[in-house]
Design a protein around this ligand. Structure first.
Ligand code: HMG
Ligand code: MG
Length: 297
């Protein structure tokens, strides 16, 4: 099993999509450029969704065009449909992420479409992406619980993950969108999906609503997952998942990995500095416990 864990930094997208106050385009660009200097290999830059649905990221094209893209770093963006794909390609995006859910009710609220309808929307994107040499990541939300439906059967998570993988997504990110999972459930979910899809094609995406994210990640690392989504400063939430708090903080994940002797190539002091800078921009303290601790020492 590899000792390298790739962190997919989702703060500029999953974090900023949920901020009530407007963040200036120049600050979004500065955030991504700072993150690019920390050693991260993947930074989800923004989202080409409908600006009516997520006005916070209406400036996706300006942000993407404004960042300094460094060699060796991937800057994927979210696209919900072909219109999003067109907008992303118009500014030269090389990697996109499509997203659906294991819960029908959540997916309707999030994308105004049922699960199968959303999968059908992705097919032309995957076809075009293959022809364009664009990589496509797939997200499955609500893998450990849904704000509308409650429990989500594992079979539904497996079905949707398999569909995305078969369609050609190189990696499937399993999202505990509302952060209700605990380690035993997280392990069972990951094992069920990994029985059908190679572990090397799986990522975990935890929100920290109930403070379980780090415990869940540690458990999933034991199971062999080697890609972890997180957001600097613990920013974020989901506009269509009431009460969901931010993503697990990237600083906390890096600290965990260092303690476990796993490499991720990220400079923790520089990441923590960026986390505090972002928190300052948003007018609050960093949600990262490691960020707080490092600031106090
Ligand atoms: P709809 O209203 O059904 O779409 O929304 P539509 O096709 O009927 O179009 C309505 C209007 O939106 C039209 O404009 C379109 O042009 C426009 P009008 O003619 O009325 O002026 N439109 C767009 N504009 C720009 N870019 C586009 C686009 N598409 C349509 N791509 C739609 C359907 C999917 C578009 C909408 O529901 C949407 O954008 N949803 C996105 C919601 C979202 O971003 N949620 C958060 C991301 S998911 C997440 O956070 C979970 C994750 O982190 C993992 C986890 O934690 O579990 C990934
Ligand atoms: Mg999320």
């Amino acid at each position: 099993m590899s000792d390298f864990v790739r962190i997919v930094e989702v703060g500029p997208r999953d974090g900023l999509q949920n901020e009530k106050q407007a963040v200036a385009t120049a600050d979004k660009i500065a955030l991504i450029d700072r993150l690019s200097a920390t050693g991260l290999r993947t930074i989800e830059a923004t989202s080409f969704v409908s600006p009516r649905w997520v006005p916070q990221l209406a400036d996706a094209a300006e942000v993407y065009a404004g960042i300094q893209r460094r060699p060796g770093i991937a800057y994927p963006v979210l696209v919900p449909n072909e219109q999003g794909y067109d907008r992303a390609r118009a500014v030269g995006v090389q990697e996109v992420a499509v997203f659906t859910a294991a819960s029908e009710a959540f997916n309707r609220t999030n994308t105004n479409a049922g699960i199968d309808e959303s999968l059908a929307r992705f097919e032309p994107i995957l076809r075009r992406a293959a022809a364009d040499g664009v990589r496509v990541r797939g997200y499955v939300s609500t893998v450990l619980g849904c704000p509308y439906q409650g429990e989500v059967p594992l079979a539904d998570v497996v079905r949707v993950a398999r569909a995305l993988h078969q369609m050609g997504c190189y990696e499937i990110s399993l999202g505990d969108t509302i952060g209700v999972g605990t380690p035993r459930k997280a392990r069972a979910m990951l094992q069920a999906v990994a029985a059908e899809i190679p572990m090397s094609a799986l990522a975990v995406h935890f929100h920290d609503t109930y403070g379980q994210a780090i415990a869940n990640i540690a458990t999933c690392l034991e199971e062999g997952v080697r890609v972890v989504d997180s957001a600097v400063s613990g920013a974020g939430g989901c506009p269509y998942a009431k009460g969901a708090s931010g993503n697990v903080a990237s600083e906390d994940v890096v600290y965990l990995l260092q303690g476990l002797g796993l490499e991720c190539g990220v400079d923790l002091p520089s990441l923590a500095e960026t986390g505090r800078w972002l928190a300052g921009l948003l007018g609050r303290a960093t949600a990262s416990r490691v960020g707080q601790a490092l600031a106090a020492t």
